[in-house]
Ligand binder design. Structure first.
Ligand code: GDP
Length: 213
């Protein structure tokens, strides 16, 4: 199966008290505003209009929770770096994201979305720093690859890899396009594999294998 079969919208949360109860696994999607996150989520789930694809970026301030296949959450975090955000709004964004990550760290797989043409920006580095400081696993998705020719894509991928490495991070890079659907299967398989792995880890914990933790 190439994509999640059932995606159900659960709720939008503006504060911690509104978060749904934690599950063993949550795939949390992060990215600068306008990076293509909504398009990716729609393509990934096969549900068009699951997340708003917006001509006016920056309008989502909540964390949206979806239930996938009745098994795990897909979490759509508000996009960061929208130029017209005030300092206060940026601050609130950072607080909400920090709270979400620190409360659920062991359950989260971060899916960090970058625009293949823009590479790694300072704000992406800030996000990766937050994830790393909480020991959250992550994968990187480079999107809008349909906008580049084959040789440009090769060069951009190499550049991105070296940027990620020299900023002190690593992790798989999945190349993706919401226009052609390329990378969808790879992303789905990657997330499904991580879901299985997290389930096993949680089971070991509740079975008392790691009693002294
Ligand atoms: P968000 O703000 O991160 O949710 O970004 P959106 O999904 O709203 O996309 C921002 C703009 O980029 C829209 O005009 C989309 O149509 C366009 N876009 C998103 N993903 C792709 C892609 O993979 N390829 C191309 N060519 N355009 C894309």
């Amino acid at each position: 199966m190439a994509q999640a079969s059932v995606a159900k919208f659960l709720l939008s949360a503006r504060a911690v008290e509104q978060f749904p109860r934690p599950l063993d696994f949550e795939a949390a999607f992060f990215g600068r505003s306008n990076v293509g996150k909504s398009s990716l989520l729609n393509t990934y789930t096969g549900v068009s209009k699951l997340a708003r694809v917006s001509g006016t970026p920056g309008c989502t301030r909540e964390i949206n929770f979806f239930l996938i296949d009745n098994k795990y959450y897909l979490v759509d975090l508000p996009g960061y770096g929208y130029a017209r955000y005030s300092k206060d709004e940026q601050q609130r964004w950072a607080e909400l994201i920090n709270e979400y990550i620190s409360l659920r760290a062991s359950r989260i797989l971060g899916v960090v979305i970058l625009d293949i043409r823009r590479g790694l920006t300072d704000l992406d580095v800030m996000l990766l720093d937050i994830l790393k400081s909480h020991d959250v696993n992550y994968i990187i998705v480079a999107t809008k690859i349909d906008k580049l020719k084959t040789n440009e894509l090769r060069a951009a991928t190499l550049l991105l890899k070296s940027q990620i490495k020299s900023a002190g991070f690593d992790g798989d890079i999945i190349r993706f396009s919401s226009v052609t659907g390329e990378g969808k299967k790879e992303l789905y398989n990657n997330i499904t594999k991580k879901y299985q792995h997290y389930k096993e880890l949680q089971k070991e914990k509740t079975d008392g294998v790691f009693v002294d933790e």
